[in-house]
Ligand binder design. Structure first.
Ligand code: PMV
Length: 311
């Protein structure tokens, strides 16, 4: 039995603007993960998506799980051995937490474990990005990058990632509206807005970029009240880009009312998840407020301080 895993992710700042070359900050969420388990069998290589219908997916199928497997074998330059790869994930689908990229990364890693071959992080990232491009339109690459690197990143499309120094731990709640929304439609609608009114919406995108830069400094300095304020501002700008929703706004308002330092939608928006910045003292109250406001699932995550910066 050969296992590959990959975490979920949240975008802390800069979603949508990142598509236009502005920076974004994203973090892995290890309490949610995708897992692929490869077992040698007598049958030709195939995959089984346990969370879907449990049917066999052949290597030739027009399916994202088959595609990532083909790309992995091509990159490794080997023929697929007889094996069955079972795939499962605790990451909700289409909710801004990177389930697709995590599943792809888990499969690449399981195939490497099965075959005893190795790929670099960059090669794995490239394979996962290829699949993201085919199934998600024109992704910036932030999802696959944060998930494959499994660290907090400052990401600018097309440039090498930069690590983010974290001065004090960040206690976050991730709350799911329960509404699924495909990122590619939200990204497409933002594109339509930008093309229709470039001056207005380019300005919004630049403002998101500017506050993401400030957020990086606030994270490095441990200035949590500033960080919360920047999250609130980022949510307002995403609202202006029309990618929030009444459910997301309700959860954001409930979290702030219950004492969150800041709150915003995370990911493509229109549904999916929001995040709230809490302290260890306010976590329980805010969690209850989010549940009362209709959150379908609440996950707590802590972004740990990076070495040499904690105080
Ligand atoms: O996959 P999601 O829903 O977390 O969204 C990714 C972030 C976007 O900026 C909206 C799209 C992208 O490709 O960067």
């Amino acid at each position: 039995m050969f296992r590959g895993t990959a975490p979920a992710k949240i975008i802390l700042f800069g979603e949508h603007a990142v598509v236009y070359g502005e920076p974004a900050i994203a973090a892995p969420v290890t309490s949610l993960y995708a897992e692929a388990i490869a077992t040698p069998t007598d049958e030709a290589f195939h995959l089984i998506a346990l969370d879907l219908d449990g049917k066999q997916i052949s290597l030739q199928a027009e399916h994202s799980l088959a595609l990532v497997s083909r790309l992995t074998f091509d990159t490794l330059g080997i023929l697929p051995p007889n094996a069955s790869v079972q795939v499962r994930s605790t990451i909700p689908l289409a909710s801004g937490l990177g389930s697709g990229a995590a599943i792809s990364a888990a499969i690449v890693r399981a195939i490497c474990a099965l075959t005893g071959c190795e790929l670099t992080t960059a090669q794995t990232n490239e394979i996962v990005f290829e699949v993201e491009k085919i199934y998600h339109g024109t992704p910036s690459g932030i999802d696959n990058t944060v998930i494959v690197h499994n660290q907090v990143i400052y990401f600018v499309r097309g440039t090498p990632i930069e690590p983010v120094a974290v001065r004090v731990p960040l206690h976050l709640l991730i709350a799911d509206t329960g509404h699924r929304a495909l990122t590619k439609f939200a990204v497409g609608d933002v594109r339509t807005l930008v093309e229709a009114e470039p001056t207005r919406y380019r300005r919004v995108i630049e403002q998101i970029g500017d506050l993401t830069k400030s957020a990086r400094a606030a994270i490095a300095n441990g200035n949590l009240s500033m960080l919360g304020k920047l999250m609130d501002e980022n949510h307002a700008l995403l609202h202006e880009l029309t990618v929030s929703s009444p459910e997301l706004d309700a959860l954001v308002a409930a979290a702030r009312h219950a004492g969150a330092l800041g709150a915003k939608l995370s990911g493509g928006g229109r549904g999916g998840n929001m995040i709230a910045l809490c302290t260890s003292d306010t976590l329980a109250t805010i969690q209850q407020a989010l549940a009362d406001a209709g959150a379908q699932r609440i996950v707590q995550t802590t972004i740990d301080a990076t070495e040499g910066t904690s105080r």
